[in-house]
Design a protein around this ligand. Structure first.
Ligand SMILES: [Zn+2]
Length: 144
């Protein structure tokens, strides 16, 4: 098994729902996202997948979904309030509390595989996703 890893940075706001602590306040991070892709065999160029395609396909979908957005759990009352006053698409309700753990799992099981399927990237799988909230705090989802 061979793998490649690429990183990308997005900016997003969030708050944790039903949480007691500083992260219950609306605030933002420059999230560093690290994705590892695996393939059982390399392509004819000797690649798992072109790093440029990782940027275009996976991080393009990530940018569209979450970059410079506000991520709120759809059950968070603030979500409904903001939806009623925002007239743009900056709010992105998510079906989970937006912890780094849940974000990594969502990227690894839904957003990235779905973007790869749409782009016809075959023979490649998402092996791990790490979401850094800060340089010292991160969560990792892995397929195994
Ligand atoms: Zn936070």
């Amino acid at each position: 098994m061979i793998s490649i890893t690429r990183e990308h940075v997005i900016a997003a706001a969030h708050r944790l729902f039903d949480y007691c602590g500083r992260c219950e306040r609306l605030h933002g991070h420059n999230y560093r996202i690290r994705v590892t892709l695996t393939a059982s065999a390399m392509n004819s160029l000797g690649m798992v997948v072109d790093f440029a395609d990782v940027k275009k396909v996976l991080f393009g979908a990530l940018d569209e979904a979450w970059d410079h957005r506000t991520l709120l759990f759809s059950e968070d009352p603030l979500c409904g309030h903001l939806q009623s006053v925002l007239d743009d698409d900056s709010l992105r309700p998510v079906p989970f509390n937006p912890t780094a753990e849940n974000m990594a799992a969502h990227l690894g099981t839904a957003l990235f595989p779905e973007a790869m399927a749409r782009a016809g990237m075959e023979g490649v799988a998402v092996a791990a996703v790490t979401v850094y909230e800060t340089d010292t705090s991160w969560a990792t989802w892995s397929a195994e």
